[in-house]
Design a protein around this ligand. Structure first.
Ligand code: H2U
Ligand code: ZN
Length: 349
């Protein structure tokens, strides 16, 4: 694979069926943009104006309980609603629209306003894993829900509205676009090979090693061969797991450990509270069998070369095909070498 470390090429994403362009030679080009340094934010552990802190009122008027670990509630401004409105489908040739039902939730990861996942202990992150599983179980049992999308938008540049550590869950009637593509691709692979696309991929990555960042007994953190974002990663289970609620006790601890080791490295990369969008993908919950599905986590961070310089998906990428300069192998080597202790903890020693 040596030639693809130097020369422009296309890479294929077998999970989405899409291509991207990689231009390793462009990392030589001069950079004349600004390089701002990080502005550390000092936050209160309880902010009286935060709508997610325990005991506070929310924008929608409800009041949060004095929760001590985690807390979830129905999004006061839900994008999808559980009740069917009186709209009829529109089906006039080129004008096609159908009503969509769903349930949207906000999930608070901690009562502490000033924490982030990267600054939590593995046992605190384990509580988040348990919360995801409890929410997944409840929502996937709702008869009209076909897919449960758990995600976290971290940092203002990702459009996150509040520093309080939290995530969201949107669950709905139809399988959304990206999980639908992954469903179709994994099914096709399973039908042809009688094995799982992501387990075969993981085997090959573990042999090759150049894109692996961290491993524990149950999970592997890697930069996928087809990564679009400069420091994009995936967390993959080593055994067959269709949906997150199939994880057993020790596996949940090891997922928390993998998340901790990854998010600390992310913060250490540019010595900043690293922004990202994280999402958990798994088999749909519409009652059908999905033998080819392997659950996984995607991390899509926007930063490129400092705490403030991000990659934009604009121009050619918005209009033609995504493109990257730094190779996935270079990104993996950089992340792998970073310390597993958070830079703010090191300062304190
Ligand atoms: P983000 O920070 O990822 O945008 O998530 C915050 C969510 O919290 C957002 O979807 C909801 C917003 O609708 N929210 C409430 O449900 N109640 C509030 O009082 C404020 C914000
Ligand atoms: Zn808060």
């Amino acid at each position: 694979m040596n030639s693809i470390q130097k020369n422009p090429h296309r890479r294929f994403n077998p999970l989405s069926g899409e291509w991207l362009v990689v231009s390793p030679q462009r990392t030589q080009r001069p950079w004349q943009g600004q390089e701002e340094s990080e502005v550390p934010e000092t936050l209160l552990s309880h902010d009286p104006n935060c709508y997610l802190c325990p005991g506070n009122s929310r924008a929608g008027g409800a009041r949060n309980p004095e929760y001590r670990e985690t807390y979830s509630f129905i999004n006061d401004f839900s994008a999808l609603l559980p009740e069917q409105g009186d709209e009829k489908p529109v089906d006039h040739g080129l004008f096609y629209a159908v009503p969509e039902r769903g349930i949207c939730k906000v999930i608070c990861f901690s009562p502490r306003h000033d924490l982030t996942v990267a600054r939590m202990s593995s046992s605190e992150i384990r509580r988040i894993v348990d919360l995801w599983i409890a929410e997944y179980r409840e929502l996937s049992m709702v008869d009209f829900i076909s897919y449960v999308q758990i995600f976290e938008n971290r940092g203002e540049v990702m459009g996150c509205s509040n520093p309080h550590p939290h995530g969201q869950i949107w669950s709905n009637e139809n399988i959304p676009e990206l999980p639908a593509k992954e469903t179709q691709r994994q099914k096709a692979y399973f039908d042809t090979n009688k094995s799982l696309l992501l387990l075969d991929y993981l085997d090959a990555e573990l042999k090759n090693k150049e894109r692996i960042i961290y491993t524990n007994k149950d999970f592997v953190v890697l930069v996928p061969f087809w990564a679009l974002w400069p420091y994009e990663t995936m967390i993959l289970p080593r055994r067959r797991v269709g949906t997150i609620d199939e994880l057993e006790g020790n596996e949940r601890d090891n997922l928390a450990d993998a998340i901790s080791k990854l998010t600390i490295r992310y913060d250490n990369l540019f010595r900043t509270s690293f922004p990202y969008s994280m999402g958990i993908h798994g088999a749909p919950c519409d009652g059908k069998a999905y033998q080819g599905w392997q659950m996984h986590l995607h991390y899509y961070p926007p930063l490129l070369r400092s705490a403030s310089i991000k990659k934009f998906m604009v121009g050619y990428e918005l209009l033609a095909t995504p493109q990257r300069d730094i190779t996935p192998e270079q990104a993996a080597a950089i992340l792998r070498e970073l310390p597993e202790k958070h830079y703010l903890e090191v300062k304190r020693d």
